[in-house]
Design a protein around this ligand. Sequence first.
Ligand SMILES: O=C(CO)COP(=O)(O)O
Length: 124
Amino acid sequence: MTSGSTMALVAHDGMKNLLIDWSKRNKAALEPLTLFATGTTGGRLTDEVGLTLTALKSGPKGGDAQLGAMIAEGRLDALVFFIDPLSALPHDVDVKSLLRLAILYDTQLAVNESTANAVLANIR
Ligand SMILES: O=C(CO)COP(=O)(O)O
């Protein structure tokens, strides 16, 4: 059964394995949530973790912007976003925009494993 809380899971390519491993370890806590993900991340979470989620467009092709719109419309409670701190990204402006909106709307935001654990422990 899903809960009323919505969470998005997103990881850059260099961070995807970390998010997959974290999601496997936390599958039982994630399953009751209504989950969203950007395209490539979502495909891997579905195939490798077995999570049920709504996959949006790939991040560089508008997926980050779709999540930003969800936040602005009050449709996203939490964002787990494993940003690659060591790679330049072609869609850096989209990443910045998504983070800015998460801050502006006081959305629960996790950008690494420690904060993802804290957000997951806090969400209902
Ligand atoms: O680029 C991303 C977030 O900025 C993630 O997008 P994908 O999940 O499609 O790789």
